[in-house]
Design a protein around this ligand. Sequence first.
Ligand code: SF4
Length: 204
Amino acid sequence: MVEKWKECTRCGLHETRRNVVLGRGSMPADILIIGEAPGKVEDLQGQPIVGPSGRLLDYIMETAAEQAEVEVPSCYITNTCACRPTDSLGGPNTQPTDAQIWACFERLMDEAKKIKPIRVILVGKIAQKNCSQAFKGAHHMHHPAFLLRSGGPKSPYFAKTVRDLSVVFKEVASVKEEGSKKEGNEKEGNEKKARRKRRRSASI
Ligand code: SF4
């Protein structure tokens, strides 16, 4: 159970956190988004990628879906580290260390198993460095906090980020379409088999 991690004391970050920040969103979901680690706001709210970064991420996803002419896929958002990295209680945000990320890896995999995503998006350098091996073929994207710092929707990286994400959304839509076609064919096949069986029994 993912909930068991709410009491985790596996690494030193449990001493300075206010909340264990597990993921938010649909479970299962079409897309699993993995960011870095909670900041001050996330630690207080117990939710990953919220506030201005979260709003920008929503905007990026809506714009990408519009470009791809598909619905926004269902998403689950989480982080490589579930507790806020900092040196002291109330101290500034720091980057998670390799040891902290490693300690939290089982929690991340626990969440990923529940999500069963069609595509994984690694957001920011920390997630890309630490999760590319485990999530082979994952899409890499700039962290919304970085995009915000470089101008938000006016950032020189914004248009490409949206364009690349729209390709991922199209892929997800086509995988889902294939899946429903297959399901439809299987259902039709089973119905035909059942009809043949009924006819055979009637003719005996
Ligand atoms: S960061 Fe992860 S491993 Fe460390 S205490 Fe929090 S939940 Fe546990």
